[in-house]
Design a protein around this ligand. Structure first.
Ligand code: MN
Length: 491
């Protein structure tokens, strides 16, 4: 099966790459060696190389060597490498074949039990990779690698999927200050980051796959190498003072086209603010108290240009709230120190304390503008549901959309255009609101769009005062929008 090294030589310019040039194949000297390189190239992958007939027979394994017989991994057969490559590690310069860093993930010897053109059975004796494996050809250069021994970690918990983020209720600062950690409330998009070897996956709080919208967060996956990790945090964009700007984020969050995203990424890069660790190396951490999850998160030391682990502070909530107000931040989140992570629940362990009232509201219509905005959008007519879909199902009556007022400020030219574009196809003749009626000049729309609105207070009749538009959200379904407050029902 061993090919000559001509293919290896042809792909490389040895004046530029530090990789060894191919020498004449050498004879076997008894014991077979192997190396697994962790190759951070255009995509992170692992290269398995087995000494055989004087060369290194090689496969690229995108997800790494499987540690469980239940999951076979793809292994793409690549060109033979010279034996000298077995100790090679270093950086292959940009513009060269395989540009990126090549590190030794593991090395050692192996015993070959079977070596055929289309199947190899062997036992690895490495530091990290040990045990009996089969490599078999499926089609052309595509092979699979299968672990034949029992799982390395039989107690391993399955990698989680579709975690609905834990929620915080809106309330005042808790009285028993010392039982809580206080964190800045980041003004962005809640996102769960799933990292498996070579495979990042990001989901919004309504479980939409948003991975391709944030290409700058792919690199976080490389930091974890072969580890399995699930994080919770908030995707933000920062202004020139380094403070989160929901308005800037607006210019990123509605882009779906790859080249537009790549262009925007340069002037408005995302920063993922990481505040929780839900799964690590085969163990769910969600049942652990906040303090233990946080301690393990700190150990990962996740701080780079596009991700940070902001600090938290135990006690002194009032001081932190005041500081957040002074900096123009939205508020803080109090998290009870002994609280486990309860997905999708607003159970009371987490409390958001806001400097201003602010929440999502459903757009049910719009009013035409006057003066220089005449004929165009003047104000959004917004509302919220009386209860959650779950509660509505429980009581056996449909949800009611309640009118909450009109929002006529806070727009930019860009948001006005975006809103007009989004509202047009949603037009309908009748009002989507129940109960109290909106202004009769309202142009009604299907209640699908969710607007983030800041306001001074709720009036006794249930409308908002001095509202200002902050942005459109896509990460929350309109039917889950209810009035936030201390007496809000749990979702
Ligand atoms: Mn490679």
């Amino acid at each position: 099966m061993a090919k000559k090294l001509s293919e290896y030589d042809e792909k490389r310019d040895f004046a530029q790459t530090p990789e060894p040039a191919g020498s004449e194949p050498r004879g076997d000297d008894g014991e077979y060696r192997f190396v697994i390189h962790e190759h951070s190239a255009r995509r992170l992958h692992w290269d398995l190389r087995l000494e055989r007939d004087g060369v290194l027979v090689s496969w690229a394994v995108p997800k790494g060597i499987p540690m469980d017989p239940k999951t076979n991994h793809l292994a793409v057969h690549t060109e033979d490498h010279p034996l000298e490559y077995i100790d090679f590690h270093g950086d292959i310069p940009k513009g060269n074949y395989g540009a990126g860093s090549m590190r030794i993930f593991d090395s050692g010897t192996y015993d070959a039990e079977k070596w055929r053109k289309d199947e190899v059975i062997l036992t690895f004796n490495g530091d990290k990779v040990r045990g009996r494996y089969a490599l078999f050809q499926t089609r052309g250069n595509d092979w699979m690698i299968h672990r034949m021994d029992p799982a390395v970690d039989p107690d391993r918990e399955p990698f989680p999927e579709q975690i609905v983020p834990m929620l915080a209720r809106v309330d005042e600062l808790p009285k028993n200050d010392d039982d809580y950690a206080f964190e800045i409330k980041w003004d962005g998009i809640r996102a769960i980051y799933y990292s498996q070897p070579g495979e990042p996956h990001i989901e919004s709080r309504n479980l939409k796959d948003i991975t391709s919208r944030w290409p700058e967060l792919r690199a976080l996956n490389r930091v974890f190498g072969s580890r399995d990790v699930v994080l919770d945090g908030e995707i933000t964009t920062l202004d020139e003072r380094g403070l989160p700007s929901f308005q800037r984020l607006q210019s990123r969050m509605h882009l779906a086209n790859d080249s537009a995203i790549r262009r925007r990424m340069k002037d408005t890069p995302a920063v993922y603010m990481i505040f929780d660790l839900l799964y690590l190396d085969g163990r769910s951490l969600m049942d652990l108290p906040y303090t233990e999850r946080r301690a393990k998160l700190e150990e990962l030391d996740l701080n780079g240009p596009n991700w940070k682990t902001p600090s938290y502070h135990v006690g002194d909530g009032a001081a932190m709230l005041a500081a957040s107000e002074q900096q123009g931040l939205e508020g803080i989140v109090a998290k009870r120190l002994d609280c486990p992570y309860t997905p999708g629940r607003r159970g009371g362990g987490w409390i958001k304390v806001k400097n201003h009232l602010r929440q999502e509201l459903v757009v049910g219509g719009w009013l035409a503008g006057e003066g220089n905005r005449s004929g165009r959008l003047g104000a959004l007519v917004v509302g919220h549901y009386d209860t959650t879909p779950t509660e509505a199902a429980r009581r056996g009556e449909p949800q009611k959309l309640l009118y909450a007022g009109r929002v006529g400020t806070g727009f930019t030219e860009a948001t006005l255009e975006l809103l007009q574009r989004e509202l047009e196809p949603l037009a309908r003749d009748d009002s989507p609101f129940d109960g109290r009626k909106p202004p009769k000049e309202t142009h009604f729309v299907e209640p699908r769009l969710v607007a983030e609105v800041e306001f001074s207070e709720w009036t006794t009749s249930g409308t908002i005062r001095q509202p200002s538009f902050k942005g459109l959200r896509e990460d929350k379904d309109a039917n889950t929008v209810v009035r936030e407050g201390p007496d809000q029902p749990e979702q």
